[in-house]
Design a protein around this ligand. Structure first.
Ligand code: NDP
Length: 482
């Protein structure tokens, strides 16, 4: 009989936590419990990847009739019904949450619908008032979107809120140039919202390959996104009829008293007046802050029991996801390593392998393929040209062209295929694709690159014709070298 209530207590029912809990319980017979304070499925299923992708699908239909006309179809675009779509989307998320609960239940994991806090290295206090003990504790609490610190920032929304909007705004300002900002700029533009995007840097999608991000920026502008780089928000306030847009002082932020009402009743969902760093003042129905995410580590008792946090609040872990307190492990976004669902799942599996199967398994964070679901998508694996050049001499193979399907409809949209190759040993160091369904293509290119494929291995592979991705095996001459 164990001295603890459970062999494993998982805090957080997102992708990583649920996988670790059910594999530990289902495959090793461990006695496992899990606490989730919100909805099962976490960011990915409830307010991230899944509803986002459904919205990507929804928005992609808007371009169809125009293209279909070139193929002889007489199609017309009716109105987009947000109510119909969003209630269907919510039903789907409810169904998926049910699947997650059933998976845990079926594996014998005890679920607590409660917030958990660490009291000591083996004791968890729950918001229900219960206290339980566990031999091992796994923190998988994920992250949350953050707003910049500025007056009235709560007038804007964050990505979590998009899925619960009662109506789609007529116009929106998106702040940021990362994954979330760019994905929602394309989604909302596709759904007919007038989208303006302010990004403080010189080019969106910092950290991605320069040529690829350049093409994404161009494509987003073609899609109708009014993208301003080198621009940020400096002030925001509620817009009131009669406000003078030329009055750039904006020194009268929202004060409930101005409306003759208590603070909590001050209007928060009316038009918003925004002043940009270039001095221009504009009014938008909605402002979306896509300005990054922060790990959920506040008020969990972590530092009190000796778990070290990094700057920004992420939990510090070793290669085996173990924290400074030996009985406490952490996986997923709360550790701010590579913040992607499949990585959190891998980290959860490696944790179970290490702790419950006696097979110490570090997580391999190298060569992780990923996609940005802009329109077109960007798929990427390995080093950017810029990163590779900093390390060694490279040959760069790149082609950009108008793909057959949309070129036939006289669209100017371009795609890009790029390989960054080591000059020394010909290994493909990076692959970058901007194209419809690039996420699907990069998954397979990722296998080859993970196996250490050389450019000659790509060359030896026969093209699949006629496709866009055949270009990835037919590029003969480097466009740049050195
Ligand atoms: P990112 O870190 O990718 O982007 C944040 C953006 O906000 C950057 O452009 C950043 O600018 C800008 N920013 C930060 N602070 C401020 C500020 N104070 N004022 C103005 N701009 C600011 O975060 P996201 O929220 O887009 O995404 C978080 C993570 O979620 C991603 O890194 C990714 O790991 C994951 N994710 C993955 C997806 C996928 O796989 N398709 C989809 C969505 C999210 P700067 O570049 O100058 O720092």
């Amino acid at each position: 009989m164990s001295e603890f209530d459970y062999d494993l207590f998982v805090i957080g029912g997102g992708s990583g936590g649920v996988r670790a809990a059910r594999v530990a319980a289902g495959e090793t017979g461990a006695k496992v419990a899990l606490a989730e304070a919100d909805r099962y499925g976490g960011t990915c299923v409830i307010r991230g990847c899944v509803p986002k992708k459904l919205m990507v699908f929804a928005s992609s239909y808007s371009g169809l009739p125009e293209e279909a006309a070139a193929y002889g179809w007489d199609m017309s675009l009716g109105a987009f019904d947000w109510d119909a779509f969003s209630s269907r989307m919510r039903n789907e998320l409810d169904r998926l949450e049910g699947v997650y609960r059933n998976l845990l239940d079926g594996s014998g994991v005890k679920m607590f619908d409660a917030r958990a806090r660490l009291k000591d290295p083996h004791t968890i206090e729950l918001s229900t008032g219960e206290t339980v003990t566990a031999k091992h504790i796994l923190v998988a609490t994920g992250g949350r979107p953050v707003r910049p610190e500025m007056p009235n920032a709560d007038l804007g929304i964050v990505s979590d809120d998009i899925f619960n909007l009662e109506t789609l705004p007529k116009s929106i300002l998106i702040i940021g140039g990362g994954y979330i900002a760019c994905e929602f700029a394309c989604i909302l533009a596709g759904l007919g919202v007038e989208v303006t995007q302010y990004y403080r840097g010189a080019q969106i999608l910092r950290g991605f390959d320069d040529e690829a991000r350049g093409l994404i920026a161009e494509s987003m502008r073609d899609l109708g996104v009014d993208l301003h780089t080198g621009t940020n928000i400096v002030e925001m306030s509620c817009f009131r009829d009669g406000d003078d847009l030329e009055d750039v002082s904006m020194d009268a932020p929202v004060e409930a008293a101005q409306y003759g009402m208590p603070e909590e009743d001050a209007p928060k969902d009316g038009p918003i007046k925004v002043k940009a760093t270039n001095g221009r003042v504009r009014v938008f129905d909605q402002v979306l802050f896509a300005t990054g995410r922060a790990p959920n580590t506040a008020d969990m008792g972590l530092e009190e029991i000796g778990v070290s946090l990094r700057r920004g609040g992420a939990i510090e872990v070793d290669d085996y996801s173990q924290t400074a307190v030996p009985s406490v492990y952490a996986i997923g976004d709360v550790t701010d390593r590579v913040n992607l669902t499949p990585v959190a799942i891998r980290e959860g599996m490696a944790f179970v392998e290490t702790v419950f199967k006696g097979n110490p398994t570090p997580v391999d964070h190298d060569l992780i393929p990923s996609a940005v679901f802009t329109q077109p998508e960007m798929g990427t694996v390995g080093m950017t040209e810029e990163q590779a050049r900093d390390r060694e001499e490279v040959d760069v193979y790149c082609t950009s062209f108008r793909p057959m399907q949309s070129a036939f409809a006289e669209k100017t949209a371009r795609v890009l295929m790029k390989l960054v190759v080591s000059k020394e040993n010909r290994t493909v160091l990076g692959c970058h694709i901007v194209a419809p369904n690039a996420g699907e293509i990069i998954q397979l290119a990722g296998v080859a690159i993970k196996m250490g494929a050389t450019k000659e291995d790509f060359d030896r592979t026969v093209a699949v014709h006629p496709t866009m991705s055949e270009e990835i095996v037919t590029m003969r001459k480097p466009v740049r070298t050195g």
